[in-house]
Design a protein around this ligand. Structure first.
Ligand code: NAD
Length: 484
């Protein structure tokens, strides 16, 4: 049966004003199973009126009171973890175990982390000897928009909403139209958690219509966006015209640097394989260009390919599936097109390179075998453009300088991982990498206090910890003369 989703406006589940809906597909089966509102500027206007009314009271509440609401919401999600995880897996094609163990617990952690952080937040004071005292106020902005992508739906949605609410803003959130289901569950839970109407609004709809209406509206004070570099650039232009704050978390083409002295254990190899293919390679932090020191290249290639071949692609709801389906027909076509391009460019497919047929209920799903390619130059499109699927390349390097040059030679700069037992090299390479995040002998080990974001075309600004709270507040200096 097709489920019909609603917007959350003024504390109530609401149909879109225009009565129009978008189809939502289950990637594992290729079937439409839900309809999501295709909201437009009329819904944005309604939502804004409610959010603007809610703002004075919400922003004036003690931080402990805002934290209490957020913690209640976190508790409700945790109580329904299985329901959320099933919805996330069904909606996005990701393995249920990933949603259960990572996505949904992390959404709970985001809410709890920022609920705690806001009660501990302090600002600076600057004393000018006996002449004056300056202190810094960080005040909420008003109504802000949080726009998120389909790859980690609830995880990234809450990563934005939580600091915005904690800092005292009212939020208009727009989840990806490709994966709206857990946002609907979040809306229902937020009503139950007792958030005052207008504090949290959830608007479903397409990027071009709903997203753009949010970005362009002059009453929206800031945009926190995670998604593609192409859309990020459009948002930056629109925000610049209105001198609006924008935080942009965009695409990546991350390098994994494996040095000859890496700890060649099975556990470390597993982590590198996971960093390549977790969530079908659809994590902005996945390492898609694996650079390997030439002296160990052949041995590493053999082990990496064997481990990749052992990954099981299948029904995301089954516990044995390491990889599920990619998110949509359009994305499936894009990734398969990238593999065809790699072949045209002269790449050798070491494993994968084709769609996977999963019989039974998943026979029409969008499954792709994890794919490893070698023999391509650093400047070819396969090694320069984001694929965002289960596709990686291997390239050899001769020394640290060449490793850095290869790692840094794309327009992106989100994350990198470095695998070496030489601590001095690790520090030196980390300092030389053009990326916002570097992991050494680990991957996606996340401390929510740390700054998160990329350089070059991977983004502008940082999320996480106090960086996020700063983004969602306006800084004001107050100077008091001590001896007027
Ligand atoms: P996308 O840019 O197509 O869409 C992201 C969101 O923006 C969706 O909610 C979409 O509806 C909305 N949107 C689209 N056009 C818009 C417009 N004109 N105005 C306002 N909103 C608009 O991205 P996607 O395909 O959903 O996600 C995949 C991309 O996200 C990849 O490039 C990936 O690297 C990136 N990503 C980055 C990070 C990070 O932290 N840097 C994290 C996850 C994903």
């Amino acid at each position: 049966m097709t489920q019909t989703l609603s917007n959350l406006i003024d504390g109530r589940l609401t149909a879109p004003a225009n009565g129009r809906y978008l189809e939502v597909f289950e990637p594992a089966t290729g079937r439409c199973y839900a309809l999501a509102p295709d909201s437009d500027s009329a819904d944005v206007a309604l939502a804004l009126t409610s959010a603007q009314q809610a703002f004075p009271d919400w922003s004036q509440q003690p931080s402990t009171e805002r934290a209490r609401h957020m913690n209640r919401l976190a508790d409700l999600i945790e109580t329904r973890l299985e329901q959320f995880a099933q919805a996330e897996s069904r909606d996005s094609g990701k393995p249920l175990q990933l949603a259960r163990n990572v996505d949904i617990p992390r959404a709970v952690a985001n809410l709890r982390f920022f609920a705690a952080a806001i009660t501990q937040w302090a600002s600076e004071a600057h004393a000018m000897e006996d002449r004056a005292l300056n202190y810094t106020l960080r005040q909420p902005l008003g109504v802000v928009a949080c726009i998120s992508p389909w790859n980690l739906p609830l995880y990234l949605f809450t990563w934005k909403i939580a600091p915005a609410l904690a800092a005292g803003n009212c939020v208009l959130g727009k989840p990806s139209e490709v994966t709206p289901l857990t946002a609907q569950l979040l809306a229902e839970a937020s009503i139950e958690a007792g958030f005052p109407p207008g504090v949290l609004t959830i608007l479903h709809g397409s990027g071009a219509q709903t997203g753009q209406a949010l970005v362009d509206h002059p009453a929206i004070k800031a945009i926190s966006f995670t998604g593609s570099t192409r859309v990020g650039a459009q948002i930056a232009l629109s925000a610049a015209r209105q001198f609006k704050k924008a935080s942009l978390e965009l695409g990546g083409k991350n390098a994994t640097l494996v040095f000859a002295d890496w700890n060649a254990s099975e556990a470390q190899l597993d982590t590198i394989v996971r960093s390549a293919f977790a969530n079908q390679g659809q994590i902005c932090l996945c390492g898609s260009r694996i650079l390997v020191e030439r002296s160990i290249y052949a041995e590493f290639r053999e082990r990496f390919v064997a481990r990749t071949r052992a990954l099981r692609v299948g029904d995301p709801l089954l516990p044995e599936s390491d990889l599920g389906a990619v998110v949509s027909q359009a994305h499936f076509d894009k990734v398969m097109g990238c593999i065809a391009l790699a072949r045209e460019e002269g790449g050798r497919i070491l494993t994968g390179g084709e769609a996977v047929a999963v019989p039974g209920r998943c026979e029409n799903g969008w499954f792709i075998a994890p794919t490893v390619i070698e023999g391509l130059g650093a400047q070819c499109r396969t090694n320069q453009e984001e694929i965002f699927g289960p596709v990686v390349t291997l390239q050899p390097f001769d020394d640290d300088a060449q490793a850095l040059a290869l790692a840094n030679c794309t327009n992106y700069g989100l994350a990198a991982s470095v695998w070496t037992r030489d601590l001095t090299r690790a520090h030196r390479v980390a300092a030389g990498l053009h990326s916002g995040i570097v992991w050494i002998n680990c991957w996606m080990l996340r401390d929510l206090r740390t700054p998160f974001g990329g350089v070059k075309q991977s983004g502008l600004g940082r999320e996480g910890g106090v960086e996020a709270l700063r983004f969602f507040t306006e800084t004001k200096n107050v100077c008091i003369a001590l001896d007027p």
